[in-house]
Ligand binder design. Structure first.
Ligand SMILES: Cc1cc2nc3c(=O)[nH]c(=O)nc-3n(C[C@H](O)[C@H](O)[C@H](O)COP(=O)(O)OP(=O)(O)OC[C@H]3O[C@@H](n4cnc5c(N)ncnc54)[C@H](O)[C@@H]3O)c2cc1C
Length: 446
């Protein structure tokens, strides 16, 4: 068959159209060009030096990163922290009542890294490839040889409610302020603008973060209301059957200084919180409130559960699944957890985390340096709680720990408690709180 020029043009037009169409269709069904996920970038090319990645720039992670560079200077240490600056929880009860400036609590991660020769990397960790030894962060993947996780605590509202709407209202409208950041700011606004009536605080069961802090906070707020002449009462609902630590000092201070401003209620297991009616129902009573800050049970930092390194313990849910002496994750080599996320019954305190982290750093450095076996070292708990602002007076505890083989757990050993808050003695204790805090900030950042 003869094809005319006209036909030929028609065919070629049709072919072009068909080709274009098929190209277009192919293009459409082709999977989109693979865009490299920002998280697969490797911000730190691997060097010959052993690399330790520390996650969490709290009291534990900061102390660990610094000590590692002392014990194993040849190691490359990267501290991954989601926050942009450090704000201390210890001493924050004083900031809540306007006694100290935020500057006293706030410290610079970059300075800590610069002074101590490690790298601060701002990012959130969300995953791990254990085989490839890669940590997944929101700002890129990081290869590691050793991993030290110190993510602290999260809150566990499940003892009070399964209702997520209520839980979110509690988190947002009545925050506990036992993790640093916005929660503290909200609570401070509540306290400083309180017009009068009942202000409820709670003390959870389990091994919660900083045993004396809820009692110290109750005293500080009662002192503030009293000194401002505000007709207000702090109601402290304690799930425990008594004040959990320094009980003599706190009981006497509450009774002698704040009898009209502070009501301490032990055995106050909360059964219902009605935020609309503003009523808390416990096993034995009902308490109405004008404002509140609800401190729920704590659990290990969620990161551990995300990475598969958590278990329920006799104290709390989802704490680190580690060997209590070597801090190594059970079933994993060269992955460690320290700080408040630990499962041992140590006091969840900054001083405990700082001293413990130095021991864990020695364990990791021992592996890097292929040194002799490191002997177990007890963490040290030191805590000074203020009971009044005008004048400033405080009570003190110092303790180390020993392992009770029969009970299969650690216990306080040689606790030294100085609960005298009256007169010059108490004032000296309070001054000691500032000296302690300054020394700790220096220890972590300089
Ligand atoms: C009101 C109050 C008063 C206190 N008073 C005292 C006191 O007087 N003395 C004392 O010794 N202790 C005190 N403490 C306790 C002390 O603050 C804690 O025990 C200490 O902070 C625990 O250190 P940590 O490093 O385990 O946890 P944290 O200090 O909470 O640090 C955990 C860090 O991990 C980071 N993180 C978590 N998940 C991720 C992730 N996925 N990616 C990246 N980063 C992550 C967090 O941002 C955080 O910075 C007090 C606590 C409170 C709340």
């Amino acid at each position: 068959m003869k094809i005319s020029r006209r036909d030929a043009l028609k065919i070629s037009a049709a072919t072009v159209a068909a080709t274009a169409l098929s190209a277009c269709t192919k293009e459409e069904i082709k999977p989109p060009k693979k865009v490299q996920s920002p998280t697969s970038f490797l911000p730190f090319p691997k060097t010959a030096s052993p690399r330790v990645v520390v996650v969490g720039g709290g009291w534990s992670g900061l102390s660990l990163a610094k000590q590692l560079k002392i014990e194993a200077p040849q190691a490359e240490v990267i501290l991954v922290e989601q926050r942009f600056e450090f704000v201390s929880c210890p001493m924050s009860n004083l900031w809540l009542v306007d006694k100290i400036d935020l500057e006293f609590l706030t410290h610079d991660y970059l300075q800590g890294a610069r002074e101590n020769n490690y790298t601060y990397f701002q990012a959130s960790v969300y995953g791990i490839d254990k085989e490839a030894k890669i940590l997944k962060t929101t700002n890129g993947d990081i290869e590691y040889d050793y991993l030290a996780l110190a993510p602290g605590i999260d809150y566990d509202y499940s003892f009070w409610t399964d209702d997520k709407v209520l839980e979110n209202r509690l988190r947002n409208e009545y925050p506990a302020a036992f993790k640093s950041g916005s929660e503290h700011m909200t609570l401070r606004e509540k306290i400083l603008n309180f017009k009068g009536g009942n202000f409820i605080f709670t003390v959870p069961g389990g091994n919660y973060r900083c045993l004396p802090a809820p009692y110290e906070r109750a005293c500080m707020v009662a002192d503030y209301f009293k000194s401002k002449g505000i007709k207000a009462k702090v109601i402290l609902l304690d799930e425990n059957n008594d004040i959990t630590i320094k009980e003599h000092g706190f009981h006497t201070a509450m009774k002698e200084l704040y009898s009209d401003y502070l009501e301490y209620v032990p055995n106050a297991k909360i059964e219902e919180i009605d935020l609309d009616k503003k009523v808390v129902t416990t096993e034995f009573d009902e308490f109405s409130f004008e404002d509140a800050s609800f401190y729920p049970h704590v659990r290990g930092g969620k990161l551990l559960e995300m990475l598969g390194f958590a278990k329920d313990t006799i104290y709390n849910k989802m704490e680190a699944n580690i060997d209590p002496f070597t801090y190594e994750v059970i079933g994993e080599e060269n992955i460690f957890v320290s700080g408040d996320a630990r499962p041992m019954g140590f006091s969840k305190s900054g001083n405990t985390s700082n001293t413990e982290a130095k021991y864990v750093a020695r364990l990791i450095a021992g592996k890097i340096n292929k040194g002799p076996k490191i002997q177990w070292e007890t963490p040290v708990t030191v805590c000074i709680s203020l009971v009044s602002i005008k004048p400033e007076r405080g009570i003190f505890i110092h303790s180390e720990y020993a392992y009770n083989k029969k009970a299969g757990q650690f216990e306080f050993a040689t606790p030294v408690t100085d609960e005298i808050w009256k007169g010059e003695h108490g004032e000296k204790n309070a001054a000691g709180a500032y000296d302690w805090a300054k020394a700790m900030y220096t220890d972590m950042f300089n």
